[in-house]
Ligand binder design. Sequence first.
Ligand SMILES: O=CCCCC(=O)O
Length: 485
Amino acid sequence: MTLNLNDPTLLKTQCFVGGEWVSGSGQLEVFNPATGKLLATVETVGSAETEQAIEAADRAMKAWQKTSAKERAVLLRNWYDLIMENQEDLATILTAEQGKSLAESRGEVAYSASYAEWFAEEARRNYGDTLAMPQTDRRGLIVRQPVGVVAAMIPWNFPSLITRKICPALAAGCGVVLKPSEETPLSALAMIELGRRAGIPAGLVSVVVADNPADIGDVLTASETVKKLTFTGSTAVGKMLAAQCAGTVKKLTLELGGNAPFIVFDDADLEAAAQNAALSKFRNAGQVCVCAQRIFVQEGIYDKFVARLKEIVQDYRVGNCIDESNTHGPQIHERSVLSIEEKVQDAIAKGAKVVLGGKRGEQGPNFYQPTILTNVDDSMRVFKEEIFGPVAAIYKFKTEEEAIQRGNDTEYGLAAYFYTRDLARAWRVSEALDFGMVGVNETVITADIIPFGGMKQSGIGREGSRYGLEEFTEMKFICMGGLDQ
Ligand SMILES: O=CCCCC(=O)O
């Protein structure tokens, strides 16, 4: 399948190692999940090339960390400009390999660019501190230095979001070896080509694609040279990688799963709540860790809310999103459809009622219909597990205490949302929810400026914001003595 790109040279099919596009020993076929058609065959690499990438990053960062913050900022700003200039091509590649709507892809590319711009600015604010020492002949300083070579792994649901990891690392003075998901390597390769054009020094950032991800993962996690792992993906894989990193005591940033409650109180603006529940729940066909998963609606407005949500969702046009008239795309693969199907069947067997959908889509093996379930309860798999699909399960509740208790009843703690017009309740509930990010009367809460990350088993650390830069630095204390001589 040929993609209609303004700049066809952005469609890269080799890995980028040590500043060069390199031939690989294996081959990885990348398919459009909407059509099953082959998009590209990427030459893959293994452990030897991953070792080379680590050594190259280590070498390159020795010079890079000596550059001025301004120089690093200029490079990141150039990258931002190039991403935005190529937004349409990047969105086309993203939709083709991942399936999300073109509108969402354009948004993701701009969002990704925003991290390059943000960290171009933050690069100049890598501040330290001074201490009032108890001894008169001493001065204490705290400086922040680059953590070292960083291994970064990104998931298939946001394949162009490599900047949220690479840009703070570069701003801090680190080198990076990035492993994209094997399902969606093309966006990362296109993005890094633009990074190369923006002036990333040879070797400082490599992108390694494997047909056997464990080959690359094992080398990155065992390496003594790699000092930090930043990973976005499932909680199960995050735990495994954290265990692998324990041998070399690497610093970790883990952005893992979520099971976000979306709570609608009786006093809420019902139209806003229904519109935003739909927007959040069905974003990227339900494949977003941070979005609404368990929708709790207070009993007084439950029926009205369900009716309005159904009206909104039944208008969705599901299909191949390269056709811009389609609003929602496929799941990433058939395994995912099977997993959604099993969870919906479990709910139905335990008494759930299907208000909309509830079946595989007719568009192809990777599609599942936008679905609304009522009569659901907390014993069902749709309550306990991340659905990662277009299924809105709507739970009824009576009191605020009950909503908070059930909302918190999950091992995850990434994001939570609620709708109310009562200011005191807005504070109470915000403080009581055990989640890293809380949206009050708002679901579009993520941005370059905010600390993205979760509590409990949703992860460790934060990305973006001013805290996101700290994650790529080591704090060093310097004591200067003998100053009264
Ligand atoms: O997997 C990452 C989800 C990112 C979504 C966002 O930042 O809004």
